[in-house]
Design a protein around this ligand. Structure first.
Ligand code: ATP
Ligand code: MG
Length: 506
């Protein structure tokens, strides 16, 4: 119905939008970008899939082996959703990463290649979830796999695993994890992930679950730690088996840390609390490397067409979020949406209206709220919230209350910032989409992303070529300086502007 129909003639539909983008590209030879926006649960991901379905229909080539580019692009969705989507309060299938898909077309308007770029996955979810949310779908799928697979990966019921049972929600209405497991495997086949690779991937997923069940108690030396009991020892052993690394080295990488001062390395014990944090950092690191591997693999098998001059890009990000309690993740996601809104304002309102004025076209101005001041509040350097957070993270003896105090003082007269009544450490930002109150309790911990060298070395030495390849020797560890590197997640979000560059290009 929508194919070739005049835009606006039929009722609004993603197909109408996709048809328009395709026609503009073909008729004028200009690349297009479609930006899907809306708050969490609005339907961005579903709409994106329809857009891609339509473009695949218009630009699809008939191929005999059933693995056409368009089919691979469509099947990349279930794979990425299995590893990057999860149930939140707002949406049972909430995207926890951003995605920009670029479809490349040849001169005849047929799809000749595609590239998928993803933006920071929410890593904290791997080790920490709260009721009634869930961890990433793939964990539950694997726990609901056929018995022979569960045995292979040494898994039982999902409710046995700490990373999953922190929330009471294990099953989702209308989603059958065991059939999703089969469907994900099939989609992996189509996008070109071999069965050996699939096996290696699921071993890692299972290893993460076992790792999460390792608890620590005080060791014999002061401030040291050891696996708590036989059960923890069992999970440690199983995790090591699945990662194909040495069990003792795994234990040491969790319970000890090598410090380098003035060229000398000293092995320091970690207490049980620090060991548990080290365990969670390892789990998050492995999972995010796994996710990046998947994206890379999909890009390699689909293949790019370097000669293509006609592109259609589709951007689907994590939507604006406002929950009862909002932490650092919501802060980052809302910053992304705030930036996208600005891009939209810039193009749709400012530039269009300037154009009309220049051409002296009579036109009634649309009032819009410029959100530059909110962006300044968050990301101005120096002095914005992220800069203050990074500063606080690097200071000794600082905590979330000192961070909040800094914000209260600095922004007491800022119209986009307020301190909720009676609150000691919460703050509210008046976003373009509404007010959101953030709880700062975990902001510092979550902003610091330690790449621990011991973890890196341990997994690089894995006898599984797959695991080893997820941890290529880093520049840091080849240098003599073996200190632990601090990266600010907040600043990485700020730097994640490639999306906008890609949109500009289009
Ligand atoms: N066109 C549609 N028809 C039927 N159901 C839909 C449609 N769009 C969305 N839904 C329903 O709403 C749910 C949420 O949609 P979707 O996952 O696309 O939201 P989103 O905007 O991508 O949210 P997030 O920002 O959390 O990723 C879907 O799982 C589906 O149940
Ligand atoms: Mg989504």
């Amino acid at each position: 119905m929508y194919k070739g129909a005049e835009f606006g003639e039929l009722s609004p539909h993603p197909f109408a939008m996709a048809d328009r983008a395709y026609r503009l590209m073909m008729n004028y030879g200009t690349s297009q970008a479609i930006l899907v926006s809306g708050e969490s649960g609005a339907g961005k991901t579903e709409s994106t899939k329809m857009l891609m379905q339509y473009l695949a229909f218009m630009g699809g080539k008939v191929e005999s082996d059933g693995r056409s580019v368009q089919q691979q692009v469509l099947e990349s969705n279930p794979v990425l959703e299995a590893f990057g989507n999860a149930k939140t309060v707002r949406n049972n299938n909430s995207s926890r990463f951003g995605k920009f898909v670029e479809l490349q077309f040849d001169q005849n308007g047929k799809i000749s290649g595609a590239a998928i770029r993803t933006y920071l996955l929410e890593r904290s979810r791997v080790c920490q979830i709260s009721d009634p949310e869930r961890n990433y779908h793939c964990f539950y799928m694997l726990c609901a796999a056929p018995p022979e697979d569960r045995e292979r990966y040494k898994l039982g019921d999902a409710s046995l695993f700490h990373y999953l049972n922190q929330s009471n929600c294990i099953k989702l209405d209308g989603m059958d994890d065991s059939s999703e497991y089969i469907a994900t495997r099939r989609a992996m086949d189509i996008v070109g992930i071999s069965s050996d690779e699939q096996d290696a991937i699921f071993r890692v997923v299972a290893a993460i679950l076992h790792l999460g069940n390792v608890e620590f108690s005080e060791g014999s030396e002061a401030d040291s730690s050891v696996p708590k009991d036989d059960k923890s020892q069992f999970h440690l052993r199983t995790a090591a088996e699945l990662f194909m690394c040495d069990e003792k080295s795994l234990e040491e990488s969790l319970c000890k840390r090598v410090m380098v001062t003035r060229g000398e390395s000293i092995v320091r014990n970690l207490d049980s609390r620090a060991a548990a944090l080290s365990r969670d950092a390892l789990a998050r690191m492995v999972y995010s490397r796994l996710f990046d591997w998947l994206v890379n693999k999909i890009n390699t098998t689909i293949g790019q067409d370097p000669t293509s001059k006609l592109l259609i890009g589709v951007l689907d990000i994590y939507g604006f979020e406002s929950f009862k309690t909002n932490s650092f993740e919501q802060f980052c996601i809302n910053l992304t949406n705030e930036k996208l809104q600005q891009h939209f304002n810039q193009h749709v309102f400012k530039m269009e209206q300037e154009e009309y004025t220049k051409e002296e076209i009579d036109w009634s101005y649309i009032q819009f709220v410029d959100n530059q001041e909110i962006l300044d509040l968050i990301e101005k350097k120096p002095g914005g919230i992220i800069a203050l957070l990074d500063e606080t993270c690097m200071l000794r003896n600082s905590n979330h209350e000192t961070f909040a105090e800094k914000l209260y003082q600095k922004f007491k007269d800022n119209p986009h910032f307020s301190r909720p009544k009676f609150s000691r450490s919460d703050f509210t930002i008046h976003h373009y989409a509404g007010n959101v109150t953030y709880q700062t309790d975990l902001f510092l911990d979550k902003n610091i992303d330690y790449a621990v060298n011991e973890h890196q070395d341990l997994l690089h030495a894995s006898t599984s070529p797959f695991v080893s390849s997820l941890f290529p020797p880093s520049e840091e560890s080849t240098k003599s300086n073996k200190s632990t590197k601090f990266t600010s997640i907040g600043s990485s979000f700020k730097l994640n502007r490639t999306t906008l560059h890609a949109l500009h290009k289009a």
